[in-house]
Ligand binder design. Structure first.
Ligand code: DMJ
Length: 471
C-alpha cells in the first residue's frame, strides 16, 4: 500500500511501519482518526466522550494538522480522504471563519501543515492552499512595529489584538517566521519572508536580560511588557525558533545563533536550578524579571531536544548536551512519578534542602492535555545520543496514554488528573496536536533510522517538517 498514484512527485519515500512499536503507534493514529472522521469530519476537533464535533477556527483543523502524519505513517486511504477535503472543502471565505482566531495557532497548525504536506508529497494543491492562507495571515504584520497582531478574522481580512490587551504573547509573535519564510522560498514571492525578517529584527533589537525576555510584547510599540520570564506558556517557542531560524537559513544569519546561545546562558544564570533531595535539574521562571519561581510547565520540556539540537551543530559546547540530558531525566520523572505514568501540565520543584518531595503538584495543575513536548525531546535525544533508553522511556509513556486516555470508539481524551489513576476524569477533548505532534514523534522515535536528518529538515513548533535552505 504505497503512496503513489495521485500524488505527483514525492520528495521522500515513506514506507510502512518497520516494527511492533511503530505498528502500535500507527494503530493509535488510526483509532484517533477514525473517531474524528465518524463524528466530526470537516470540523476542527472531535469530542471523544460525547462523540460530537468541536468548533475552533472553522477550518477543518484536525485534517490539515494531521495530514503529514498520515503521509509519514503511510496511511494511504486516510491521507487521500484528507487531501480530497483540502482540495474541495478548505475554503478561507467560508462563513465559519467569520470570527477572530489566533494568528499564531493558524500559522503553526494550518499553514505549517499545508507546507509540510507540500514538501512531502509535492502535490501542488497544498501550496495553492498555503498561498491563499498566507496572503491573509500577512495582513497581521501590517503594524507600526512589524510584529503581527494576535488575532485575525480570516474571512473579513481584518487583524486585531486580543480583546483584553493590545499586547501579544512573545512566543506567538516569535514563532510564525519559519512558516512565512518557507512560503516565500516555495513560491519565489519575497513578501512573506520580508514580513518574517522584519519581525525577527524587531525582536533581535529589543534589550534583553542575558537573552531572556518577558512573555508579553506590544505589536504597536515593538517593546516588551511585564516582567514574567518563562520557557513555558507564552515564552517557549520564541526561544525554540531562534535556533531553528538559524538552521532554516543555512546557518547564514548569525543573529539567530547569537540570540539563542545568549538565552541559554541566561537560563544557566537565572533559571537553571535543581530540586532536593534527588537533584532534578529544571528550568524555572522569573517574576518581575528577577525573582525566581520553581515552577515548570510541561511545555518547557521542548527545551531538552532544542538544547541537544544546538549541541549537534556546535559539538564543542558540551554543556548543551549535559543540560539536555539532565532536563530529559527531569521530564521523565514528571511522568514516571505519578500513578498514571503521565505528566501533569505544571510541576513545582522543591528547592528547600530541608524538605523531602522533589516534585510538587497542585490540584489545579494535574491535568494532561496529550501534549507532545517530552516525546519531541525523546526523539532528538535518541537520534543525537544513540542511547536506546530514550526509546524505552517513550514506550512506557505510550503505554500510559493507551491505558488512561484511549476512549473506545472515540479517539483519545485529555484528562483532569494524572495523580490518581482511579479518578482521571476525562475532559472530552482531543487536541489536533495529539495527531500532528505526539503520535508523529512517537512514530519517529521508534524508527531505526531518522527519516528527517537534522541537517536537511527542521520541525516547526507544531511538528511539521520543513526543509533547510542552504542560502
Ligand atoms: C502546540 O500547538 C505547539 O507545540 C506549541 O508550540 C505549544 N502548544 C501545543 C502543544 O503543546
Amino acid at each position: 500500500d504505497q503512496l503513489k498514484s495521485t500524488v505527483p512527485v514525492k520528495t521522500i519515500e515513506f514506507s510502512a511501519p518497520r516494527n511492533e512499536r511503530q505498528i502500535a503507534v500507527r494503530d493509535a493514529t488510526r483509532h484517533a482518526w477514525k473517531a474524528y472522521k465518524a463524528y466530526a469530519w470537516g470540523n476542527d476537533e472531535v469530542k471523544p466522550i460525547s462523540k460530537k464535533p468541536s468548533l475552533w477556527f472553522g477550518l477543518g483543523l484536525t485534517i490539515v494538522d494531521s495530514i503529514d502524519t498520515l503521509y509519514i505513517m503511510n496511511m494511504v486511504e486516510e491521507y487521500m480522504d484528507a487531501r480530497e477535503w483540502i482540495s474541495t472543502s478548505f475554503d478561507i471565505d467560508s462563513p465559519s471563519l467569520d470570527k477572530f482566531n489566533s494568528h499564531f495557532e493558524i500559522t503553526i497548525r494550518v499553514l505549517g501543515g499545508l507546507l509540510s504536506a507540500y514538501h512531502l508529497s509535492a502535490d501542488p494543491i497544498f501550496l495553492k492552499r498555503a498561498v491563499e492562507l498566507g496572503d491573509r495571515l500577512l495582513i497581521n504584520f501590517n503594524t507600526a512595529s512589524g510584529l503581527p497582531l494576535a488575532e485575525i478574522n480570516i474571512k473579513r481580512k481584518t487583524a486585531s489584538g486580543y480583546r483584553w490587551t493590545s499586547d501579544a504573547s512573545t512566543s506567538e509573535v516569535g514563532s510564525v517566521q519559519l512558516e512565512m519564510r518557507d512560503l516565500s522560498r516555495c513560491t519565489g514571492d519575497k513578501k512573506y519572508e520580508t514580513a518574517a525578517d522584519r519581525s525577527s529584527n524587531v525582536l533581535h533589537g529589543e534589550s534583553k536580560k542575558d537573552g531572556l525576555v518577558p512573555i508579553f510584547i506590544s505589536p504597536l510599540t515593538g517593546h516588551f511588557s511585564g516582567g514574567v520570564v518563562s520557557f513555558g506558556a507564552r515564552g517557549d517557542s520564541y526561544y525554540e525558533y531562534l535556533l531553528k531560524q538559524w538552521l532554516q537559513t543555512g546557518q547564514t544569519k548569525q543573529m539567530f545563533w547569537e540570540d539563542w546561545i545568549e538565552c541559554i546562558g541566561g537560563v544557566q544564570k537565572h533559571l537553571w536550578r535543581h530540586s532536593y533531595p534527588q537533584q532534578f535539574w529544571f528550568v524555572g521562571e522569573l517574576l518581575s524579571m528577577s525573582s525566581f519561581s520553581p515552577k515548570m510547565d510541561h511545555l518547557a520540556c521542548f527545551l531538552a531536544g532544542n538544547l541537544a539540537l544546538g549541541w549537534h551543530f556546535q559539538r564543542n559546547l558540551t554543556y548543551l548536551l549535559d543540560m539536555a540530558k539532565n532536563l530529559t531525566t527531569t521530564c521523565y520523572e514528571m511522568y514516571r512519578k505519578h500513578e498514571t505514568g503521565l505528566s501533569p501540565e505544571i510541576t513545582y520543584f522543591n528547592i528547600d534542602p530541608s524538605s523531602n518531595d522533589d516534585l510538587v503538584i497542585r490540584d489545579n495543575d494535574a491535568q494532561n492535555l496529550l501534549r507532545p513536548e517530552f516525546i519531541e525531546s525523546l526523539y532528538y535525544m535518541y537520534y543525537l545520543t544513540n542511547d536506546r533508553k530514550y526509546q524505552e522511556w517513550g514506550w512506557k509513556i505510550f503505554e500510559s496514554f493507551e491505558k488512561y486516555t484511549r476512549v473506545p470508539d472515540g479517539g483519545y481524551t485529555t484528562i483532569d488528573d494524572v495523580v490518581h489513576k482511579d479518578n482521571v476524569r476525562p475532559r472530552d477533548k482531543m487536541e489536533s496536536f495529539f495527531l500532528a505532534e505526539t503520535l508523529k514523534y512517537f512514530y519517529l522515535l521508534f524508527d531505526d533510522t531518522n527519516l528527517f536528518p537534522f541537517d536537511k529538515w527542521i520541525f516547526n513548533t507544531e511538528a511539521h517538517p520543513l526543509p533547510i535552505y542552504k542560502f
